[in-house]
Design a protein around this ligand. Structure first.
Ligand SMILES: [Mg+2]
Length: 188
């Protein structure tokens, strides 16, 4: 990873800050989708279209009260001076979860702000008023990696997600959230 340490961390939400696979799958299954067809990391509208269901039905069936933070995430969020959320999730679901978890990222952008297509970092960085050299993106999907590659910022995998650990991707894989504090030079 390049020095100096990034000043801002942009986190994906699902599968990165929160352990949400089961919560994301439940509405699809409730709406008749074969669990084998469900994958993660897509823009919610695109995934609903691919699976042949209505996004409003999906959002209506999504339970915003069940996901929890991965172990160690809260400590990191308490310590990182500047952080943001960049997510493919529906804003109604994502913002309800941020509120329930008591999280107040400096910037939180959801699927509606990316025209319902796959998210990207340029509008997030613009709102943060930072350049890519000042940013570390943390995520759990190839789409997250692509976001970082597109702008040329550092990227680290949320290796605390068992799905990531099992896939064993290349690059920087963090085995627990607290490693981020070392990467950012925050030691206390
Ligand atoms: Mg994710």
């Amino acid at each position: 990873m390049d020095l100096p340490a990034p000043k801002v961390v942009v986190f994906d939400l699902d599968g990165t800050l929160v352990d949400s696979d089961a919560a994301l799958v439940a509405p699809f299954v409730q709406l008749g989708v074969d669990p084998a067809d469900i994958t993660f990391g897509h823009a919610v509208a695109e995934e609903c279209a691919r699976l042949g269901i209505s996004m409003s039905d999906y959002v209506g069936a999504y339970d915003t009260k069940v996901v929890e933070a991965f172990d160690g995430v809260q400590t990191v969020l308490d310590a990182v001076p500047r952080w943001a959320v960049c997510s493919n999730k529906h804003p109604e679901s994502g913002r309800a979860e941020l509120e329930r978890l008591g999280w107040e990222p400096e910037v939180a952008m959801f699927a509606d702000e990316f025209g319902w297509a796959h998210k990207s970092l340029p509008p997030v960085l613009e709102r943060l008023a930072v350049g890519p050299a000042e940013v570390l993106m943390v995520g759990d999907s190839n789409g997250d990696l692509h976001c970082a590659e597109q702008v040329g910022c550092d990227f680290a995998w949320a290796g605390w997600n068992p799905r990531v650990a099992e896939a064993g991707p290349g690059g920087t894989v963090l085995d627990r959230p607290s490693v981020l504090l070392w990467l950012l030079g925050i030691f206390d």
